[in-house]
Write a protein that binds this ligand. Structure first.
Ligand code: SF4
Ligand code: SF4
Length: 77
């Protein structure tokens, strides 16, 4: 099963990942990080299809997606 890992401290709450997810399983949480931003969270992990659009969309590289035990990391362009 794919696994999405969101680094709350890297998130700036832009919500781009929330809009990008075709399964609509990402949302903004109610807690803030140390920078004062509400951060994204996965609210229905079992429905994730491992498409990695969230990680590709995030401008702050706050999301990693693990599919079939391969952990995809994203780097700034
Ligand atoms: S990998 Fe795809 S389905 Fe899973 S949370 Fe990210 S955008 Fe949504
Ligand atoms: S796209 Fe990245 S910075 Fe923006 S809300 Fe999602 S995790 Fe946070």
């Amino acid at each position: 099963m794919p696994r999405v890992i969101i680094d709350a401290e890297k998130c700036k709450g832009c919500e781009l990942c929330v809009r990008a997810c075709p399964q609509v399983i990402l949302s903004m949480g109610e807690k803030i990080n140390t920078k004062g931003y509400f951060y994204a969270q996965v609210h229905d992990q079992p429905r994730c299809i491992g498409c990695r659009l969230c990680g590709l969309t995030c401008p702050d590289i706050a999301i990693e997606v693990e599919v079939n035990a391969v952990q995809y990391q994203y780097f700034p362009y």
